[in-house]
Write a protein of this length. Structure first.
Length: 372
């Protein structure tokens, strides 16, 4: 194989594929990226056996071919080459090594046999539909902060994606929870998604997809079965295994009889929480909200750090209430509210609280209180 490609054009797909590769691998071939040059394009493939990514880019081909090379090594080399240089990738006959040339730099890297690289299997992904990149970002951004990191509850280690109904309107719904907070966001059901199975998309795949679509303006094509999910957009294909587990009945967690409603300016509220949280202990991050008479008082106390207090004007006409929350969880939810107003629907100090964006009813957040 012998190709020439602009450094910037090569660096972007290398950055994408190398992030899929696990830093520590007991199987050497899984540390490598598969490079294939043919028909004026270079294809780059990486996998960790649960997820794979294939990205293609245009290049000048002197000799087509394929090889595998350490993904993070070649990425670091290309990243540190000077801007604007042409990069030449060349395999020298039977030496089994790849020569990387850029400007005055020359590197020689070992390769591993292409036959050892795992084949990327494409199951019969018979459900297909498309969502805009904007909607895909929204579904991810408004839910992924609530994904559990507790490995023993593996079925919570991802986003639950499924078709549902809201007032007889068909919707595509994304849900994540860690047992302390829950995020649910929905959008109109795309054409072709009505028969989709309910699936749990793993946390790592969610993170990789979000990075990949950051600069995409078009559609993200989705194909899935009960065990695999494939995202296709621009020159990239990301395929992931799904979490084999049953997501809990989250509807049971969403209270339906909360009768106390609090309206507060979200930015002012978030800034006040952030300041008061300076005092809260690192372990609990607890703050107390005292609500009544059109005012919200935020309190934090620590045996070592002292106390903090903030008072805000709010719209609240129900019975006075004291309730405690984890300040970090409050800030995570507040960060998802784009409108000016956050709406809290509360019951009592022990019941879950619903938080919504006053200007957008597509997202709903449930937060469990804590003793303060």
């Amino acid at each position: 194989m012998k190709i020439t490609i602009d450094r910037a054009a090569l660096l972007k797909p290398l950055g994408h594929v190398q992030s899929v590769v696990e830093r520590r691998n007991t199987i050497p071939i899984l540390s490598n990226v598969l490079l294939k040059a043919a028909d004026g394009r270079l294809s780059l493939t990486a996998t960790d056996m649960d997820m794979s990514i294939v990205e293609t880019v245009a290049c000048a081909i002197d000799q087509p071919g394929e090889l595998t090379v350490a993904a993070q090594m070649i990425h670091e080399i290309v990243r540190k080459l000077p801007d604007g240089v042409e990069v030449e990738l060349d395999t020298n006959g039977d030496s089994g090594r790849l020569t990387v040339r850029g400007g005055r730099s020359v590197f020689t890297l070992p390769t591993l046999p292409v036959d050892d690289f795992p084949a990327v299997a494409h199951d019969d992904l018979n459900i297909t539909f498309a969502v805009s990149a904007t909607d895909a970002k929204m579904l991810i951004d408004r839910t992924r902060f609530a994904i559990s990191t507790e490995e023993t509850r593996y079925y919570l280690n991802g986003i639950y994606l499924h078709a549902g109904q809201n007032n007889e309107v068909q919707v595509l719904r994304a849900v994540a929870t860690d047992g302390h907070r829950l995020a649910r966001v929905e959008m109109p059901l795309p054409e072709g998604a009505a028969a989709m199975p309910s699936v749990i998309v793993p946390r790592k795949a969610v993170g990789e997809l979000r990075k990949l679509i950051d600069e995409i303006d078009g559609d993200v094509n989705i194909a899935l079965s009960e065990t695999k999910l494939c995202f296709t957009f621009a020159d990239t294909v990301l395929t992931t295994k799904l979490i084999d587990g049953t997501f809990p009945d989250y509807e049971r967690v969403i209270p339906t009889d909360n009768d106390k409603v609090l309206h507060v300016d979200c930015k002012t509220f978030a800034a006040a929480v952030d300041r008061v949280a300076i005092i809260s202990t690192e372990k609990s991050r607890a703050i107390k909200m005292t609500i009544g008479n059109g005012a919200l008082i935020l309190l934090a106390n620590s045996p070592d750090a002292g106390s903090g207090r903030e008072e805000l004007e709010v719209d609240y006409n129900a019975q006075p209430l004291e309730i405690g929350f984890n300040s970090r969880y409050l800030l995570d939810i507040a960060a998802q509210i784009d409108g000016g107003e956050a709406v809290f629907t509360l019951a009592d100090a022990a019941a879950p609280t619903i938080i919504r964006d006053g200007a957008d009813d597509s997202a709903l957040y449930v937060l469990m209180p804590m003793r303060v």
